[in-house]
Write a protein that binds this ligand. Structure first.
Ligand code: FAD
Length: 438
């Protein structure tokens, strides 16, 4: 059971000359909150655990930086599953078009690819991040790197581990944008779960999202085919409501199972099924272009002394890892039956045992439950031991989405929402800003 939270003093009661927002976490969500508050004229200090901000954003750029998606709303909102309404409210203020316009303001034009995904023209994150950080600094946002937040002290100050020792920091409002728990080497390690839950904040444990899965491959298959792409294939699976779904795409065989964009797109449903049933069965159509009747007919033709591998190549166009999968899932006598072979090619069953660990996932599910926050993303002070004026944003919130630019879009939009919320709160509780920023 979580310890009973001890109330902390209300930071807003502390007299300060110029109202100040403290942002913790220098990813897209935190930087956006900082930008909003500074533009409204408030003092802003941003604290980041690593030696530089935006490390995960830069890594996202290695894959081409899928900034957002061209899909219109409300289909766009539906990508956030049961959180579509809440995320939709953030998008009302800052949708894909607004994000592209914002990037244009930093000199980064974007284009919609054939899949609907939106990328910067140069497909890089570094120029956008560099320009943004420069603009933030010039506007007066103070960035403090190598400051790792470890929670609040009893007097209501935020505690930071720094190279010079522990530091206590007070702000008139706080935005936490600490990220999820994937790729922890980039800074977001989910350690905040313990200290926030310790203060009575309702946190759903972080879980892998957009992740690969383990399959009990034979040693022979894994050693020969790890790294092999499976494309194109159609995945058939059942969603949370038990309805049959299918999607065409690409995946990759790994030494321990399977990963890739198609698997990531289904990962929430597959992960939840494994949690409920102990395993999930994903069925792959290995020959999307050929129908079952034709396959049965072609595979029923006499082999004329040819090996099964050669027969599969000639009659079904199957080679490499796709053909090897048939040997992996079909026992020898059944492979000789053309109908069974054809049926399996159209619905190859893969039994997924486990989601890969959170550290390897592209993103996290779970996090601070949205019910613990008001519409401005401020934590409910009455339900926690924390003072009012603490906001949360980004991937540390309890929503998930597939890849395709939906992750970054929600991080930017929630950062903006928390920033606007903090500005409104500062205006009400901490007085007027000292001077408008540039
Ligand atoms: C390989 C990879 C590729 C991706 N590609 C894409 C893509 O193309 N498109 C897309 O939409 N999404 C992509 N994502 C996801 C996207 O990068 C994240 O969803 C997004 O960066 C989350 O933003 P955030 O600001 O919430 O958190 P983060 O970007 O994780 O930033 C949080 C920051 O907080 C800091 N921090 C954490 N704890 C503390 C602490 N205690 N004290 C101080 N600072 C702390 C961290 O160091 C970090 O800098 C990708 C992710 C990965 C791993």
């Amino acid at each position: 059971m979580a310890p009973t939270p001890k109330p902390l003093p209300d930071m807003s009661a502390e007299p300060t000359s110029a109202p100040r927002l403290v942002v913790v976490g220098g990813g897209p969500a935190g930087l956006m909150a900082a930008e909003i508050a500074r533009a409204a004229g408030f003092e802003v200090d941003l604290y980041e655990a690593k030696g530089s901000v935006g490390r995960k954003f830069l890594i996202a750029g290695k894959g081409g930086l899928n900034l957002t998606h061209g899909e219109p709303r409300p289909a766009f909102d539906a990508r956030y599953f049961e959180r579509c309404e809440a995320v939709g409210r953030w998008l009302d203020d800052f949708d894909a078009a607004a994000l592209r316009e914002w990037a244009r303001g930093l000199g980064v034009d974007s284009y919609v690819g054939s899949s609907g995904r939106v990328f910067p023209l140069d497909r890089k994150a570094a120029p956008l991040l560099r320009g943004w950080v420069r603009r933030l600094r010039e506007s007066g946002v103070r960035l403090h790197v190598q400051h790792r937040c470890i929670g609040w002290d009893e007097a209501g100050a935020l505690r930071f581990d720094t190279p010079g020792g522990e530091l206590q920091v007070r702000g008139d409002a706080v935005v936490l944008a600490l990220g999820g728990g994937s790729w922890p080497e980039l800074g977001s390690d989910g350690a905040w779960q313990d200290w926030l839950a310790g203060h009575g904040v309702d946190v759903a444990p972080l879980r892998p999202s957009n992740c690969g899965f383990d399959i009990d491959w034979s040693t022979h298959f894994a050693s020969r085919h790890a790294g092999a792409p499976l494309k194109p294939v159609i995945a058939h699976w059942h969603d949370a409501a038990g309805d049959a779904q299918s999607l065409q795409g690409e995946c990759v065989v790994t030494a321990s199972g399977i990963e890739g964009s198609l698997v990531y797109a289904l990962s929430a449903a597959l992960r939840d099924t494994i949690e409920r049933d102990g395993h999930a069965t994903l069925r792959l159509d290995l020959t999307p272009g050929r129908d079952l009747a034709r396959l049965r007919r072609d595979l029923g033709r006499p082999r004329a002394g040819r090996s099964l591998s050669e027969h599969l190549r000639r009659q079904a166009g199957l080679t490499g890892a796709k053909a090897a999968l048939l040997y992996e899932v079909l026992a020898s006598p059944r492979r000789e039956d053309a109908e069974q072979l054809a049926d399996t090619i159209k619905r190859l069953p893969l039994v997924l045992r486990r989601a890969r660990p959170l550290a390897e996932a592209i993103s996290s599910a779970g996090g601070v439950r949205l019910e613990a926050l008001d519409r401005d993303l401020m934590l409910d002070a009455t339900a926690t031991g924390l003072p009012p004026g603490v906001f949360c944003a980004g991937e540390m919130l309890d929503w998930e989405a597939p890849t395709g630019g939906y992750l970054l879009t929600a991080c930017f939009a929630s950062g903006r929402r928390a920033g606007l919320g903090a500005v409104a709160w500062l205006r009400r509780h901490a007085g007027k800003p000292s001077a408008a920023s540039g």
